[in-house]
Design a binder for this molecule. Sequence first.
Ligand code: NAD
Length: 358
Amino acid sequence: MSKKYKIAVIKGDGIGPEIVDEAIKVLDALASVCDFDFKYDELLMGGNAYDITGDPLPQETIDGCLEADAVLFGAIGGEKWDSLSKEKRPESGLLRLRKELDLYANYRPIKVYDELIDASSLKKEVVEGVDLLVMRELTGGIYFGEPRAVEENRAYNTMVYTKTEIKRIAKEAFEAAMKRGKKVCSVDKANVLEVSGFWREIVEEVAKDYPEVSLTHMYIDNAAMQLVRDPKQFDVILTGNIFGDILSDEASMLSGSIGLLPSASVGGKVGLYEPIHGSAPDIAGQGIANPIATIASASMMLRFAFGEIEAADKIQSAIEQVLKEGYRTKDIADYGAKEICSTTELGSYIAEYVSKSK
Ligand code: NAD
């Protein structure tokens, strides 16, 4: 009997539909090899949702996500909606969805593919073999803290973390480290911020349950520097919302292209799997977007949400094989391309390798 999985699919705006279609193509190829029965439920979010319903996150989408086993998401946003009020903008749809689904833990694995080593702006010997995970707290901190306001002569936000929020994200980081290199580096600004001092205390407390994992602390300014000086020193980087936002984008450039890296946001009943990049309106509709980040996100979905490790590995191996063979989209065409492919061609090559895997 085939295994059934219900996947909520949010294609979004810009290149979103193009890249999500390729991930679905690869999932369908996998379904025939692994005897899975994937049921896709397409839902609206972002600018297109606003255009159709007047709301960037319709209630139907929240309900649909909560009924699914996982959510596969492309990207949202674009200039067309930039002048709307804050709550109507596409980004507010995504922020609200993260809150609604209680997705407090954001996993961003950063892996440098050997075939694309020259795509990084850093020296080969610095990035070769980099394999780290940024664990970012996603639903707390300064992005959500109250009070916040713009007044006549000043504006302010509040960075606040509760013990519960720190404990649960720290646990997530230690659990992840147990399955990797058993090292956690917690990043904060404890020399200046009270909230960071508190963060450190709680992380130290959680660490007692994980004696096998070595814990270090680093200030955010030093971490930003160390990440480009010697990224291989890191295994799991644990950090809060705003520091994680900045560090994970910085870390993504170690790999050379933003079009390669996946992410998972988990914590609540259902997880959200999405590429780290945005909706790339500058290349939307041209058929040149790199679908690898989204296809790799589908692989993370199989691993995290469904526990289908072997199937997840099949997708990851197919991505690596396609890169090894020299198939490239335009963004990485300068690095060892044998054939420059469109979005759909690259997706088809990956799907083909998945179909051939036994
Ligand atoms: P972006 O990530 O969309 O694009 C940055 C640059 O990377 C662009 O030159 C783009 O062409 C390129 N790029 C991105 N993804 C690519 C891919 N798969 N293949 C090849 N090239 C790729 O960031 P931006 O330009 O700052 O933002 C564009 C829109 O996306 C904005 O509206 C922003 O708010 C939104 N955004 C959405 C998300 C999300 O949905 N999670 C995240 C970030 C930005």
